[in-house]
Design a protein around this ligand. Sequence first.
Ligand code: E4P
Length: 223
Amino acid sequence: MKLFIDSGNIKDIEALVAIGIIDGVTTNPTLLAKEPGDYRQNLKKICDIVKGPVSGEVTAVDVAGMLREGREIAKIDQHMIVKVPLTRAGIQACKTLSDEGIRVNVTLCFSAAQALLAAKAGATYISPFVGRLDDVGTNGMELIREIVQIYNNYDFTTEILVASARNPIHVIEAAKMGADIATCPPAVIDMLFNHPLTTIGLEKFLKDWEKTQAVHGVDAVKA
Ligand code: E4P
């Protein structure tokens, strides 16, 4: 399964990409609005760092505006993916842009029916928001299960990009279900690394090693 960073922060992205386990980046207007500087230049920098798919979202709500913005976003870098919201206009723009060879990520997906429409419109990615569904008392991961089943039934090539991931359980469940990608904020990626038994185990290994070194050190002096 691919792992994307859900952030517009250059430093966070640089630090995580350096580890070597990041396949791409997703942004949205809220995330980009937090960062200083021109958002196009920031997206270009992100593309240069990750050298994989980077989603940048249109803010127009009509088809003509989405097409205009989408084509501009696509020109920023070969790695750019145009993100459109799952509205009628978004689906129409997705179809047109996809037919032109521009890769589209359809975002703000909250139902299997919406995911079916995005696949039919040729979306490269569908982004179901699991955390926001959980927030309103609906099981977000159940939606992923439904989409995996529907896409498999018809061999749709649209990749399932699990978005709004809030914890490691979202990521693990997504992997078990066969979702293609999980996009996580840096804090959630940190959580994936952490386990208290790893921390405790490493502390003990290092303490034991220090003791042995001390003994060997003494032996070395005697010899
Ligand atoms: C995905 O592309 C979105 O940017 C993101 O996952 C939204 O997550 P949130 O619900 O934590 O804002």
